[in-house]
Write a protein that binds this ligand. Structure first.
Ligand SMILES: Nc1ncnc2c1ncn2[C@@H]1O[C@H](COP(=O)(O)OP(=O)(O)OP(=O)(O)O)[C@@H](O)[C@H]1O
Ligand SMILES: [Mg+2]
Length: 306
């Protein structure tokens, strides 16, 4: 039985402009113990999927099961198995950190939870803030509390919606260390992130979503193989001629061009020289998940939500 099963899930929002199809027949199984990545550009439908999973939004059609429990028909059983770290920072301003975690334990009917709460505080670098009021925390610290809150009832399935947005490097490492440990101990993890290096390092399997549709779904290693090759990276103050610009990814002064082999690299450099483009700080790197992501998104420009 999969940990999470999305079965032909569609979601249509009613808006002033008419119906909006946020999810279009999404089917996806996440197995027990997986570290699964759900990637996609802003508005692709990732949070909508998680809201439906959490029982906060209702699918227009299809169904979602958590370890066999339907998120609508069997809400309480499904919800108890999930630890959800929401994308939006929501918290009760009247609690301090420890009280918030005790309250959340109570919500799930977990008693005498202080040992686990202490471990969570410690693992997330919150021990010193245990008695601080939620209002007094910085944005990154609030996010740590959200992670702790999600885990307070020891759910077997951990769902993280952009957990590292606005989080400093040190906490990111602490957080990933902790989540990786929980995954090793058997917990299933579903992660959405825009940090593709994190997804590449952590996720065994990845789904890419675009305009409410799954446009790629495979083992991370298989996705990476599909773009085997190198990327030529350089800086320039010159404008690339259209023929070259079409093959390049340009971010300000930084230009990246995919190159399969050394000949390809030489060809790119020769074309640049011919076009009188002065290149600086030339580097060659291996193609990574970001390159896969961009090529998958570029290949799926037509389909999707209306
Ligand atoms: N309550 C709502 N009513 C109408 N449209 C909505 C509602 N919630 C989300 N949408 C739309 O559905 C689409 C998917 O939104 P969603 O929040 O799922 O995207 P996302 O993939 O999580 O994006 P991001 O990376 O920005 O978090 C967007 O176009 C959004 O505007
Ligand atoms: Mg989102």
């Amino acid at each position: 039985m999969p940990a999470i099963s999305f079965q032909s899930v569609s979601k249509t929002y009613t808006t002033a402009q008419g119906p909006f199809h946020a999810l279009n027949n999404v089917s996806l199984d996440i197995q027990e113990g997986e570290f699964f990545g759900l990637l996609g550009p802003n508005g692709a439908g990732k949070t909508t999927m998680i809201s439906i999973l959490a029982g906060l939004a209702r699918a227009s059609s299809g169904r979602v099961l958590v370890q066999g429990s339907d998120v609508q028909a069997d809400y309480a059983a499904a919800r108890r198995k999930l630890g959800i770290v929401p994308q939006e920072l929501v918290f009760d301003p009247f609690f301090n950190v420890r009280e918030a975690l005790r309250f959340q334990s109570g919500y799930f009917g977990v008693k005498h939870n202080d040992d686990w709460i202490d471990e969570l505080l410690h693992s997330l670098g919150l021990t010193e803030k245990a008695n601080a009021n939620m209002r007094q925390l910085s944005g990154g610290m609030k996010r740590r509390v959200l992670v702790a809150q999600a885990l307070v009832h020891k759910p077997p399935i951990i769902v993280l919606d952009e957990p590292t947005a606005g989080v400093d490097v040190e906490l990111r490492q602490t957080l990933w260390h902790f989540i990786a440990r929980l995954n090793k101990e058997g917990n299933t993890v579903l992660l959405t992130t825009h940090y593709l290096d994190e997804a590449e390092a952590l996720c065994g399997r990845i789904a890419m979503l675009k305009s409410g549709q799954v446009v790629a779904l495979d083992d991370t290693s298989a996705l990476l193989k599909a773009v085997s090759g190198n990327v030529l990276v350089f800086k320039t103050d010159d404008t690339l001629p259209p023929a070259l610009a079409a093959q390049a990814r340009i971010t300000g002064r930084v230009v990246q061009m995919v190159a399969q082999d050394a000949q390809d690299i030489e060809r790119h450099l020769a074309s640049l020289r011919e076009a009188n483009v002065q290149v600086q700080d030339v580097e060659i790197r291996r193609a990574d998940l970001e390159d896969v992501f961009l090529s998958v998104m570029a290949a799926n420009t037509t389909g999707g939500a209306a």
